[in-house]
Each structure stands twice: as structure tokens, then as C-alpha cells.
Ligand binder design. Structure first.
Ligand code: MN
Length: 418
């Protein structure tokens, strides 16, 4: 079945990671890896995966493996996974395919008895495992009902059975999944992994398709970050063709996710140092939870008062988690997303993609989409003044993301509340 079903479920558009049909890398022939991932999704199960034909053949085992030859465990054959997934331990965001927590429960190599492709096709795989928790002979045997299968579940039902050898442990002596619940790589429990936002796997890419945006170009992520500046004006721009936003009093911040590694940049385009980044780790966590592998977002980090205004003076307290103001990262632009340079995409289309991304996140944390009003600047200024907003920013709808963006900031004639 190849990876077609895996890819269909995830709808790969552009991706930097294996999306299927990958040839076996040189040096890997003859060494076959296996992995068992304990997966706390809607129901806890163990994903038993055998490397075969350049993919991970996968079975979902609700009760996990047993070391007792008399215990036959149901193993539902599920779609192939890419080899890269074998290393994964962490979080799949809620709402995405397989959403939940993944614990790397066991890993090692497997050796088939006989031709594994033939045995797999025949629904009768016998093999030896050299794992850290599982060793010795096992069999995966396809269940055969009489006549045509009643449904898809029955068609996919196999059994995972321990073969008789020195590694047998009778059930009375305990279950290996209960005796060894921890991660084989980190020793962590499911709860500990669930509380950590540093490793996130995205199953769905179909939530936001940047390739459909006008002006989107296939490109690698830029090596340098150059956030456009806002020029100061005394009066707001008149006429149509502008988008107006509330000016946020805070710290300009650009966040870049490069395949799970998040880097934060100041408004100058300079990367934040380690200590500053650590203080802003909630931002990096929220960026990782967005359904994208690679992206750059631009925004302002601010402390928001209960009346919805930004308060610059309260930012240190909000960063430290003290005080009444809440930390918020208000994002207003998206120059890059999953293989697409969006700097030449018209601003409303960039913001639309950004809004979809933020709103689809099951764990946005402090991340907020900064909305806008299109139209005349003077009308927006009057309304902003009425709401006690100190300043506004205006960006031409046609403006690109770059040095000549022509973005402006105008005071609204009220002093910021303190
Ligand atoms: Mn699973």
C-alpha cells in the first residue's frame, strides 16, 4: 500500500521530510529497524512498526505486546508511516490525525524468518526482535474469517503472538507494558511527555495551503530576517486600499520555526540570546503547536490589561508571570509558510493564512491574531480614540513584506492607560 494512505490523510503539499516511497538509504540494507510507540490518542494503544520496503509497516495494538505465548494480542494493520517517524516522541496537537501523546516505548532491530515481503503479503510474518524491552521470536498473523470480510476492521485484523523461546514471560509473572511503562529513550512517563512542548509532530498539513495564495513562490526559508519598519506619521492615511490595526505597545518579535526548532528575533532582525529566548519559551511552544513545519511570523509581544489594551510598563511582569497583565504575542504577518515565500502575496491574503493557522491551533497559548479594519484611516482613528487606543498602524493592502513595505504608525491623540 506504500505511503499513499499516510500521505492522503496528511495531504502533503510541500514538505522537507520524507513523504513516502523513499528508497532504502545506502548502508541500511540488511538492517531493519522496529519501533513501538505508546500512543495516548482517543484510546491508548501501542503502534508496532517494522521497517520494510523503505517505510514503517504499522499495526495498532490496543493492549500492547505480551511475552506470554498463550496471549494473542489484536493488532490492527494501519497505514504505513515514514521512516522519520520512528524517532518521534512528543506531542501531536489535538485535532490533527493521531492527536495525542507519543512515547517511544521500545526500539531495536528485527530479523525476518524467510522473505519478509512474501510473508507480509501472505499475512504470516515471523521474526526475531532485538529491542530493549522485547527480544526473541514473535509472529504477526493475519486473521482470516470465513467468506468475505464484514468490514474494514475485520479485514485489517492481525494477531501479535510471542513465539516459544528463552524470552517468554508467563502472564502470571506480570505484563511487560505494566512492568516497563517508561520511554526507552528518555525514561519519561506519558504525563511528562504530555507536559513538554519541545517536540511536536504535525500530521495534518491540509489546514492551511499557502500554495494557493496569489504571489506565493516555492522557496527555501530565508537565511536573514528583515522585519519591515513602521514610519511615524501625524495623520492617518486617507482613502481605500489600507488595512488598519491597533498599534501594540510592546516588543517587536519575529518567530521562526525550522522543523521544530524555534528561533526568536528582535525587530532589528537580530536573534534573541539564550536567556531572552528562555524567558519567552511560551512563545516558542505556541509557535511549535501551529500546524506548520516551517514558518516565520511577525508580531508584537505585549502585556495586555483586562480592558484589552497593551501596557508596555507591565511587560516585564507579564514575562515573569507576575502582575495582572497577561502576556500576549499578537501576530500580524506571515512572510513564510511550509515551503512558500509569501513576501509577495498581498497583505490581506497573508493575514488570512495567518488567521487560519492561529485559529486552528488547539493550544495557542499567548498567541493571538491581530485583526484589522480595511478602509479610511480617519474613520479608524476616530473609533480607536473612542476605545482609548493610543496609536494605530496602517499598511497598504498591496504592500509586500520587505524593506519598502511603506507601513506607518499614527498616534490617535489619547495617552495610553497606565
Ligand atoms: Mn497510533
Amino acid at each position: 500500500m506504500g505511503l499513499s494512505e499516510y500521505n492522503r490523510k496528511r495531504n502533503f503539499k510541500v514538505t522537507s521530510e520524507p513523504s513516502g516511497e523513499a528508497p532504502v538509504p545506502p548502508g541500511r540494507e540488511g538492517v531493519r529497524h522496529f519501533v513501538i510507540q505508546k500512543h495516548a490518542a482517543s484510546r491508548l494503544h501501542y503502534d508496532f512498526r517494522l521497517e520494510l520496503g523503505g517505510v514503517l509497516k504499522s499495526w495498532s495494538v490496543p493492549k500492547g505486546p505480551s511475552l506470554d505465548t498463550r496471549v494473542k494480542r489484536l493488532a490492527v494493520h494501519v497505514e504505513d508511516h515514514p521512516l522519520a517517524y520512528a524517532e518521534f516522541e512528543g506531542i501531536i496537537p489535538k485535532g490533527e490525525y493521531g492527536g495525542g501523546t507519543v512515547l517511544l516505548w521500545d526500539r531495536g532491530t528485527w530479523e525476518p524468518l524467510g522473505d519478509p515481503h512474501q510473508a507480509y503479503a501472505a499475512g504470516n510474518l515471523k521474526f526475531h526482535l532485538k529491542g530493549e524491552k522485547l527480544q526473541g521470536g514473535f509472529a504477526l498473523v493475519k486473521l482470516r474469517g470465513r467468506g468475505a470480510p464484514r468490514d474494514k476492521d475485520q479485514e485489517r485484523a492481525w494477531l501479535l503472538i510471542k513465539e516459544r523461546d528463552a524470552h517468554v514471560v508467563p502472564e502470571e509473572n506480570g505484563d511487560v507494558t505494566e512492568a516497563r511503562p517508561e520511554s526507552v529513550t528518555t525514561g519519561r512517563t506519558l504525563e511528562e511527555i504530555a507536559a513538554d512542548r519541545s517536540a511536536v509532530w504535525h500530521s495534518n498539513r491540509d489546514q492551511v495551503d499557502a500554495g494557493g495564495a496569489p504571489g506565493a513562490r516555492v522557496a527555501s526559508p530565508p537565511t536573514r530576517i528583515r522585519p519591515p519598519r513602521f514610519a511615524s506619521r501625524t495623520t492617518p492615511p486617507r482613502g481605500d486600499g489600507w488595512l488598519h490595526e491597533m498599534a501594540i505597545d510592546g516588543e517587536r518579535l519575529v518567530a521562526r520555526n525550522g522543523g521544530g526548532t524555534v528561533q526568536l528575533y528582535a525587530g532589528s532582525g537580530t536573534p534573541l540570546g539564550a536567556a531572552a529566548a528562555r524567558k519567552r519559551s511560551a512563545i516558542a511552544d505556541a509557535i511549535r503547536m501551529l500546524a506548520a513545519q516551517t514558518l516565520i511570523v511577525d508580531g508584537v509581544l505585549a502585556a495586555m490589561t483586562p480592558d484589552g489594551l497593551s501596557d508596555d510598563a507591565a511587560l516585564p511582569g507579564a514575562l515573569a508571570g507576575t502582575g495582572k497583565a497577561a502576556l500576549a504575542y499578537l501576530v500580524f504577518d506571515l512572510p513564510y509558510l511550509d515551503g512558500y515565500d509569501l513576501t509577495r502575496v498581498p497583505l490581506p491574503a497573508r493575514k488570512k493564512l495567518l488567521a487560519e493557522l492561529v485559529r486552528a491551533s488547539s493550544e495557542p497559548g499567548p498567541l493571538r491574531f491581530l485583526d484589522h479594519v480595511a478602509g479610511d484611516g480617519a474613520a479608524f482613528q476616530r473609533e480607536a480614540r473612542r476605545l482609548g487606543i493610543a496609536a494605530m498602524v496602517s499598511r497598504r493592502a498591496a504592500s509586500l513584506y520587505g524593506a519598502r513595505a511603506g507601513w506607518v504608525r499614527t498616534p490617535c491623540g489619547v495617552s495610553a492607560k497606565r
